[in-house]
Structure formats: structure tokens, C-alpha cells
Design a protein around this ligand. Structure first.
Ligand SMILES: *Cc1c(COP(=O)(O)O)cnc(C)c1O
Length: 375
């Protein structure tokens, strides 16, 4: 048997939608992107959505639109994909990592205040594996110290905690439609916000800082455009929007399916004493983006190889990013700086989890895990 780490859910609807997009006059940002923005806002409940080329772009532009740059500090987590920190680095600001909670892997809100200095401008939490951080606490710290909050919501499209939805208690939330995310167009992203001015500025920055986008320039009689500020090229295209649009209606269905499969994994693996699982907090909707196990660091890499030899796709989300060469060289936070993040980073393996995963495939993955710890 072969079990892929991830399979997307694109089908005939998405194929028809792309085919249609290719006969539109504008392949770049236009009607379909605007429709995506409207429908995505309806789904998330955040009034403004800006379609972009990635979540990294969304975080970068959110920071820029909040005037964060050289000399500023942004508090974030080392237990994430490198992009979270790189988005801060792109602006010239300094990422300041705060260690994570041992049992969830999310930024430890209790430790945020001691990291705040007079240079701190924002907090950039990541909702790891799909579990919302304690946004009420993070928001109250931000209010007290007059800081912005930007969410890396790449795992957390569906997430709610204590009635607080993703993107509700922050200045902006950043989503990814990268290949392995719960809805995808290969590469893509979006920023949502409750702040119209912020949305307008991000909309301008996504197309170089021009005063109007292509469809507006070509659809009316010629008007000179101006370069309002020096921006970036991060605009979502109609083709990307065509792929992602039909999936919006299926987000909750996909999540519920992953939740079922997640529980099958938990039931099947709960009797292996060598395996630990991240804690799911109560009173929340978990995005169930990844199914993660934590094992003894002494055997993690051997277990990765065991899965690989058994034709099972697995990955590591994530090694603590302070230890990645370029970031270690630049920010000099060596081993021992973030004990919980490093411990998780040394222990973690993500197993396959997606709606099209079959029960027999989960059984096979679990049997290989049992086999490993028996031998
Ligand atoms: C996927 C991911 C990103 C990057 O998303 P892109 O759309 O590829 O830029 C950022 N943060 C986290 C936590 C991710 O999983």
C-alpha cells in the first residue's frame, strides 16, 4: 500500500470553473477575484478580504500597511513555518520569538509581555495545526501596550475558540491556499480585516502601489494611473480565484471529514504509550489541519524513515525555526533558547490527514506505528 501525505479535493467543478476563467478577458485580477473576496468575507465573517498570491505576501503587506519596518520589533513564535518570520524580516523589522506552550505548540501568551520593549509594534501569532491561540488574552495584551495583532491563519481557516473566530480579534488575518492547505489553488493567499483603510492600502500595495487595478484601467475610458506608493506584485489572478472559489462552500464539510479521520487516528493510537498528542483546548472548533504525533527525539528520525520505507508520506511541521541555518546565523538564538519549541521540533511527525484519506489507509499507517514501537 502507498499512502500519500496529501491529496487535494479538486474535481469537475473546479475544472469547469478554470475552463470558464480562461475564456474571460482578464486572466489577472478581475471579476473572479472580486467574487472570491466577497464570498471569502462571507465565510470568515471578516468584512474585507484581499486576494493575494500567498499567505507570506499577506503577512508581509499587513505589516507594511501598518507601517512596520526597520527599527521595529514584532513578537512571534519559533514553532511555525519559516515564512512567518521571513515576512517580518522582509519589512526590515526584527522578529522576536517567544516560546510556545508545551502541550499545544501555540505561542505562550503568558510569556509575551516580558518580550515587549519600546520597539515592539505588533504580535504575529500562528494557530498551529489549526488550533486558535488564546486570542482574547493576546488581544488584551496588545490593547494594553498599544500593539497591532496579525494572525498567521494558514492552518486555521475554520477555527473558533470560546466563540472567537479566526480574524475577529486582530488587525488582520492571513490565509494560505498553498498546495497542502485545506482549500487550495496551488499557490494563493488572502488577507482579511475589519478595517477598511487597511484593506484599501493592502489592495493598493498588492499591485505595485498603483492607484487602480488592471480591470478598472481597461474597463473605463483611459485614465492615467498614479503610483501612490512603492508596492509589491502580490495580486491574486482570476485563474487562481477560479480554482479556489468553488471550494469555499465545502470548507466545513472538509473540516468535519478531517475531524472524523482525526478521531479514528486517536482511537487507534491511544494505546501506544510512546506517542503523545497535542492537546485540543475545550470549547473550540479546531481546524484539524494536521494530525501530529510527538515521539521521543531519540527515535523520531528513525520513525520518519520507517514510514518512508513503508510508502507512507509524512512530514515535519516544524523544526524550531531559530535553529534553521539562515535564521540561526542572523538572529543567533541557538539551541536552548526556546525549550518547548525545540522539544516539539525534535519530536514531531505529521501523518496524512485529508478528506480523501481512506480508513484502510489510516489503519495501515497506524499498524506501521504499532510495529515500530513493538520492535
Ligand atoms: C503554509 C504556511 C505559510 C505560508 O503560506 P504560503 O501561502 O505558502 O505563503 C505560513 N505559515 C504557516 C503556518 C503555513 O503553514
Amino acid at each position: 500500500m502507498k499512502v500519500s501525505f496529501y491529496k487535494h479535493n479538486l474535481g469537475d467543478t473546479e475544472k469547469a470553473s478554470v475552463k470558464n476563467s480562461l475564456s474571460l478577458e482578464f486572466l489577472t485580477t478581475g471579476a473572479l477575484v472580486h467574487q472570491f473576496e466577497t464570498e471569502f468575507s462571507e465565510y470568515t465573517g471578516n468584512p474585507y478580504t484581499v486576494g493575494l498570491t500567498s499567505c507570506t505576501a499577506a503577512m508581509h503587506l499587513a505589516l507594511l500597511a501598518l507601517d512596520i519596518g526597520p527599527g521595529d520589533e514584532v513578537i512571534t513564535t519559533p514553532m511555525t513555518f519559516a515564512a512567518t518570520t521571513l515576512a517580518i524580516d522582509h519589512t526590515g523589522a526584527t522578529p522576536v520569538w517567544v516560546d510556545v506552550e508545551r502541550h499545544t505548540g501555540n505561542i505562550d501568551a503568558e510569556k509575551i509581555e516580558e518580550a515587549i520593549t519600546d520597539k515592539t509594534k505588533a504580535i504575529l501569532p500562528v494557530h498551529l495545526y489549526g488550533q486558535l491561540c488564546d486570542m482574547e488574552k493576546i488581544n488584551s495584551i496588545a490593547k494594553k501596550h498599544n500593539l497591532y495583532v496579525i494572525e498567521d491563519a494558514a492552518h486555521a481557516l475554520e477555527s473558533v475558540r470560546n466563540g472567537v473566530r479566526v480574524g475577529e480579534l486582530s488587525d488582520a488575518a492571513c490565509f494560505s491556499f498553498y498546495t497542502t492547505k485545506s482549500i487550495t489553488c496551488g499557490e494563493g493567499g488572502a488577507l482579511t480585516t475589519n478595517n477598511k483603510e487597511l484593506a484599501d492600502r493592502v489592495r493598493c500595495l498588492r499591485t505595485h502601489g498603483m492607484s487602480s487595478d488592471a480591470s478598472k484601467r481597461f474597463n473605463s475610458s483611459y485614465n492615467h494611473w498614479d503610483l501612490v506608493e512603492c508596492g509589491w506584485k502580490y495580486n491574486m489572478s482570476n485563474i487562481q480565484a477560479a480554482v479556489v472559489l468553488p471550494q469555499i462552500d465545502k470548507i466545513n464539510l472538509f473540516r468535519d471529514k478531517r475531524e472524523q479521520l482525526f478521531n479514528v487516528y486517536l482511537d487507534t493510537l491511544s494505546n501506544i504509550s510512546e506517542v503523545e498528542f497535542p492537546t485540543s483546548v475545550e470549547n473550540s472548533v479546531h481546524g484539524r489541519h494536521l494530525f501530529t504525533i510527538w515521539v521521543d527525539p531519540a527515535c523520531r528520525d528513525r520513525l520518519l524513515k520507517h514510514f518512508h520505507d513503508s510508502n507512507i508520506g509524512v512530514t515535519v511541521n516544524y523544526r524550531s525555526i531559530n535553529l534553521l541555518s539562515a535564521l540561526l546565523t542572523k538572529y543567533k538564538k541557538d539551541r536552548g533558547s526556546f525549550l518547548n519549541s525545540e522539544k516539539i521540533g525534535d519530536s514531531t511527525i505529521s501523518l496524512p490527514l485529508y478528506p480523501r484519506l481512506h480508513l484502510e489507509e489510516i489503519e495501515y499507517v497506524c499498524s506501521k506505528l504499532h510495529e515500530f514501537f513493538k520492535s
